[in-house]
Design a protein around this ligand. Structure first.
Ligand code: GDP
Ligand code: IMO
Ligand code: MG
Length: 430
């Protein structure tokens, strides 16, 4: 048995999709445990580019059962579009399973997401506008609609009515916006329910049985540690448990069943949306990283904020995730820089801090303390072994491992499935 969690160590888009896809070659199951269609995970196979938002990337592998587990919030409209898009490209989703406990993103969640952002003005989070926060808020307030409710017409009608009586009162009386029409939502979502119902299964039992039978399971984390609702830079976070522990909360698989946690970190830093990002470079360095790395959001297309690698932040992530090893991705993007900088600590109000303060207000004031390393000019994107990398690239990766206090198992040198250099095949073998 091998149960691997793949988790983002920064603010998202670290190439988790690519790393999950690599490990999924040996897997029986790939499981999404958190978040919703605010995620955008890319896999590049030859010339084909696949962007996943709700469906686990394991769906690309014929022998893998892909699971959307309990901790996910599911937008049925997006889900239906995604499986149709995959089918159109010859990928059947017949091995896909959805937990009946997963909460459903309803039209009012998107409305509230946008209204709340508008009302926040300067303090807005810069959400993806997909209704994620309001859906998780309803889950916690115990007024959400679950997949169980959606696929049973009588339950759905009753639940919809009680939700909308309350939500429409707020939408109309507080925000002065138009109410959501109950009959229209019922008709539209009943059609999604019809398509979704055959995928619904007891995913907790399937995963328990699989674990007992020594199957290989990959837990595909969405978003990342610094966007985690508890351990991220609150309030500039998403609303789910992004850390590795989320894999157990969001699936019903107990913590003792997890063997390996692979943290994924870019060789530099990016962030989308608002919130502190101490190493951000709003200058030609940031622009160069953005252009070389094609750093535009997979979900919203927004330009990502780019900057130097923050070792203090990633060390914090390695600790809260209990990372076994780290995959350092997009190293090729750093080719052609004369000098590279790594943030090792911060100065906050004149005092030196060696550890990452997850408190957004402190982090906002953090001035990075940098160490400089020499860069390299060569194109490294077709290099297949660590030893063949330019010496300065090897030194850069080795220094990251040292500062983050975690070994490196994989280095990404390009977006394609075959552009990964494996440093530790043993740790990546399920
Ligand atoms: P995720 O959300 O963590 O799965 O990451 P995204 O898919 O949102 O963003 C990662 C982007 O980097 C995608 O466009 C990938 O195709 C691309 N990518 C992944 N690994 C590499 C790499 O090693 N080098 C380069 N240049 N691009 C990569
Ligand atoms: P993947 O899985 C990057 C960010 C948003 C915003 C904040 C809250 O592709 O790495 P939300 O819509 O979740 O309420 O927005 O979180 N965010 C992401 N940034 N990658 C993601 O997912 C993200 N998911 C959410 O930009 O700042
Ligand atoms: Mg992404």
């Amino acid at each position: 048995m091998s149960n691997f969690v793949v988790v983002g160590m920064q603010w998202g888009d670290e190439a988790k999709g690519k790393v999950v896809d690599y490990i999924a070659q040996q897997a029986d199951f790939v499981v999404r445990y958190n978040g919703g269609n605010n995620a955008g995970h890319t896999v590049v196979v030859g010339k084909e580019v696949y962007k996943f938002h709700t469906v686990p990337v394991g769906a690309l592998h014929k022998n893998v059962t892909a699971i959307i587990a309990d901790g996910v919030v599911l937008d049925p409209k997006v889900f239906v579009g995604e499986i149709e898009g995959l089918k159109g490209r010859g990928i059947t989703a017949d091995r896909l399973k959805i937990s009946p406990n997963a909460h459903v993103i309803m039209p009012w969640h998107r409305i509230f997401d946008q209204l709340e952002e508008c009302y926040k003005g300067d303090t807005k989070i810069g959400t993806t506008g997909r209704g994620i926060g309001p859906c998780y808020a309803d889950k916690m307030s115990r007024v959400g609609i679950r997949v169980y409710d959606l696929i049973d017409a009588d339950r759905f009608r009753a639940r919809l009515k009680s939700c909308l009586d309350f939500k429409n009162a707020i939408i109309t009386k507080v925000f002065g916006a138009d109410p959501v029409n109950e009959d229209e939502v019922f008709a539209e979502y009943s059609e999604y329910a019809r398509i979704l119902a055959p995928f619904v299964d007891d995913t907790y039992s399937i995963l328990y049985k699989a674990s007992v039978e020594c199957a290989n399971i990959v837990f595909e984390g969405a978003h990342a540690t610094l966007l985690d609702i508890d351990f991220g830079t609150y309030p500039f976070v998403t609303s789910s448990h992004c850390v590795a522990g989320g894999a157990t909360i969001g699936t019903g698989v107990g913590p003792t069943m997890i063997d390996t946690v692979i943290g994924v970190a870019k060789a530099y830093t990016t962030r989308v949306g608002a919130g502190p990002c101490p190493t951000e470079q709003i200058n030609e360095v940031g622009d160069k990283i953005r252009e070389r790395g094609n750093e535009y959001g997979t979900t919203t297309g927004r330009p990502r904020r780019c900057g130097w690698f923050d070792a203090a932040a990633v060390r914090y992530s390695a600790r809260v995730n209990g990372a076994t090893c780290i995959a350092v991705t997009l190293l090729d993007v750093l080719s052609t820089f004369d000098t590279l900088k790594i943030c090792t600590a911060y100065t906050i109000d004149g005092e030196e801090y060696n550890e990452f303060p997850a408190d957004a207000q402190m982090l906002e004031k953090a001035v990075p303390i940098y160490e400089e390393l020499p860069g390299w000019d060569d194109d490294i994107s077709e290099i297949k072994s660590f030893d063949a990398l330019p010496e300065n690239a090897r030194r850069y990766v080795a220094r990251i491992a040292e500062l983050v206090e975690t070994p490196i198992c994989l280095v990404g040198v390009g977006p394609r499935r075959d552009q990964s250099i494996i440093l530790d095949p043993e740790v990546l073998t399920m």
